[in-house]
Design a protein around this ligand. Sequence first.
Ligand code: F6R
Length: 261
Amino acid sequence: MEVVIVPDAKAGGELIAEAMAELLRRKPEAVLGVATGSTPLPVYQALAARVQAGDVDTSRARVAQLDEYVGLPAEHPESYRSVLRREVLEPLGIPAGSFLGPDGTAADISAACEAYEADLAQVGGVDLQLLGIGTDGHIGFNEPCSSLASRTRIKTLTEQTRVDNARFFDGDIDQVPQHVITQGIGTILEARHLVLLATGEGKAEAVAQTVEGPVSAFVPASALQLHRHATVVVDEPAASKLKLADYFRHTYAAKPRWQGL
Ligand code: F6R
């Protein structure tokens, strides 16, 4: 995997937005896999700026959701469908009809998970999957000890993740749903390019284990080591526990720019 250390979150956002823009110039109907949470926001803002400047056309792009809370009405402001409409679809000018996501309100959740896998297959899979990382190493909502072969399914959030996410629910953990639908690790690994962004010191331990630790279901993000095109973009605080930080800086500085991410 490639590790790129950037000065701050804004620089990380610019770098990944440029990789997405480059993909869309090459393949206007590309499927962008998107994460929610705080970390990816600078990416979406930087991509929106490119769209507004006419640098890239997103009108034919498709957007695929990574995960969703179970039981939150779709119109709830914190359902990930609502968040992505606000933060991604509207600013990027992508029509609602180009959005793919699991139905977290379905009466039959297992059927909704299978339907989402079928939808992803039908569009030919995800071209570039943007990921954040939990303080416990989760990707999507694959919490520690999720099978590395898992597919889209229901998961129970850990207490730590619910504490972390309470900030989106007036600081009240009781409002954070217990369950989510998440693409499985096996599903995520099928995307053609995985780009994980991590910012802030709180992610440093999870990043070090992901990049330099063993591949282990205990640290779900370590599954990125199995992917042939995985890029980990980290700011300095998130890189602070990497033993090979200098090596990563050196190799990225020497990388031919035409290669992109
Ligand atoms: C949400 C998701 C999660 C988050 C992770 C980090 O769609 O995929 O894995 O990326 O919980 O969240 P933030 O970025 O808020 O720290």
